[in-house]
Every structure is written in C-alpha cells, then in structure tokens.
Design a protein around this ligand. Structure first.
Ligand code: C5P
Length: 240
C-alpha cells in the first residue's frame, strides 16, 4: 500500500478575498486564499506540515494556481526538508480539475489518495491518521462532524423540508479513497456533467460504501476574514 496526498490550494478564495477587500485591502493585490498567512505561515504550508506528520502518507503533492508555482517552490525551499513533499503541480478551473491534475502527477505505484483542502490548516495529524487507516481497510472514508444548526431544504424563499439533525454530518477533509475509485468517480462525474463540492459525494455515486469518521471541529475551512482571525487566535495560543 502506498498513500499519496493532494493538498488543494488552486482556488482563488473569492469569498475571503471579497471580505478582506471590504475591510480595507484592494482585492486584486491579495494572493489566492491558500497563500494568505496565518500566524506567520501560509494556510498551504500549515496544511502541508500537518499532513507530513501522518506517517501513513508517503508522498505529498501541493496543487496550486499556475501563476504561483515558482513563488510556492521558493517559499518551500526556505522551510527546509518536508517528509514526502513532491514538486507542486498547477490546478484547474474547478476543484475537480485540480484533483485530476494532482492525480496525473502522482509518481510510482499509489494505492490510496488523500484529498485535503489547504484551506483547513488546523487539521489534527491524529485525525489524518485515523481517516487514512479506515480508508486503507474499506476503500473510502472522510472526516465529518455532527451539525449543530438545524438545516432546512429550501425552494426559493420557502422552507421545503427539515431533515432530522441526528442523521446529518458536515463534510471535512481529508477524504481518502482507493486511487482507482477516485479516478473512476471523476470520470463518471465528467461524463454525467456533475460538479461536486466534495469528492466523497462523487465516489459514493459509484455505489461503493464510503465510511464517515468523526473529526475534530477545529478542522474548520477558512472561508471569511472572521475565520482567518479565529485561526490566528487559535494558533497564537499554540507553540508553532
Ligand atoms: O472554494 P473552497 O474553499 O470550497 O475550496 C476548497 C479547497 O479547494 C481550497 O483549498 C481551494 O484552494 C481548492 N480548490 C482548488 N482548485 C479549484 C478550486 C478550489 O484547488 N479550482
């Protein structure tokens, strides 16, 4: 078994860029979301370092915007050696394109692929290990948390249905899959013109079982300026 991790950082992070621009910065001067620093290190570098702590992972492939490849390699060179880190690859227009680009770049025999959002820099290494171990046993697994809000299905401005909260989970990353299942899921999504926001949902469309592993809610996705300030506060309280 050989496990590769794709750390996805090729999105622009429009919501975060807009919310930062509204608090003073010029939107076009801001880097893509994963390249914003939090407590002195970018979201991407923080995510890579957390993934590198999981011994189950053999290679780490960052997926970044094409225009940021050179700057990323220069920044990483300053970090010193990171276990398993491979050269970054350019992502695509949509998240699924970025996953596909990362899969193309894998080297050697890979049995399982870990997909992680660089926008989740606080993922505990222990959660990474747990979800990888479950996927090595059953083929597909993701981290998720119980939801604390009631979730309504809506139709325009009308409430349609309210699924029981106990049966709902919010998807996190990492999500881990047999490499052949992930490749097949992406091909099927392309053929069916499905654009998922989550790889586990695409893999589940194959009819295979996907295991849900409870993750730590600290593994939040940084989406707004308030999330960035929250992550900064959490990290200031930790030795870096
Ligand atoms: O936009 P959102 O925050 O949901 O993106 C989740 C992750 O997917 C981010 O880390 C982002 O950089 C990545 N992504 C990507 N390529 C895209 C879109 C998103 O790598 N085209």
């Amino acid at each position: 078994m050989s496990v590769a991790a794709l750390v996805l950082a090729a999105g622009r992070g429009e919501r975060l860029r807009r919310s930062l621009a509204s608090t003073g910065g010029a939107e076009n001067d801001l880097p893509p979301k994963a390249f914003l620093p939090v407590a002195g290190r970018t979201l991407l570098v923080r995510s890579l370092l957390r993934m590198a702590e999981a011994e189950e992972i053999d290679q780490l492939v960052p997926v970044v915007p094409e225009a940021w490849l050179a700057r990323f390699e220069a920044a990483v060179a300053e970090l010193g050696p990171v276990r398993g880190l491979r050269p970054a690859v350019a992502g695509g227009a949509e998240r699924q394109d970025s996953v596909a680009a990362g899969l193309e770049a894998l080297s050697g025999e890979v049995s399982h692929v870990v997909v992680h959002d660089a926008a989740r820099p606080l993922v505990p290494a222990e959660d990474v290990r747990r979800v990888v171990r479950v996927a090595l046993e059953c083929g597909a697994a993701l981290l998720a948390t119980p939801v604390t809000d009631t979730i309504h299905q809506i139709d325009g401005d009308r409430l349609r249905e309210t699924p029981a909260r106990a049966g709902l989970r919010a998807a996190l990353t990492p999500q881990v899959f047999r490499v052949d299942w992930l490749r097949e899921a992406l091909a099927k999504a392309r053929a069916d013109a499905v654009h998922g926001t989550d790889d586990a949902a695409l893999v589940a469309r194959l009819g295979v079982e996907v295991r849900v592993v409870e993750g730590d809610p600290i593994n939040r996705k940084i989406t707004t300026a308030a999330d960035l300030a929250w992550a900064e506060a959490v990290l200031q309280g930790e030795p870096s």
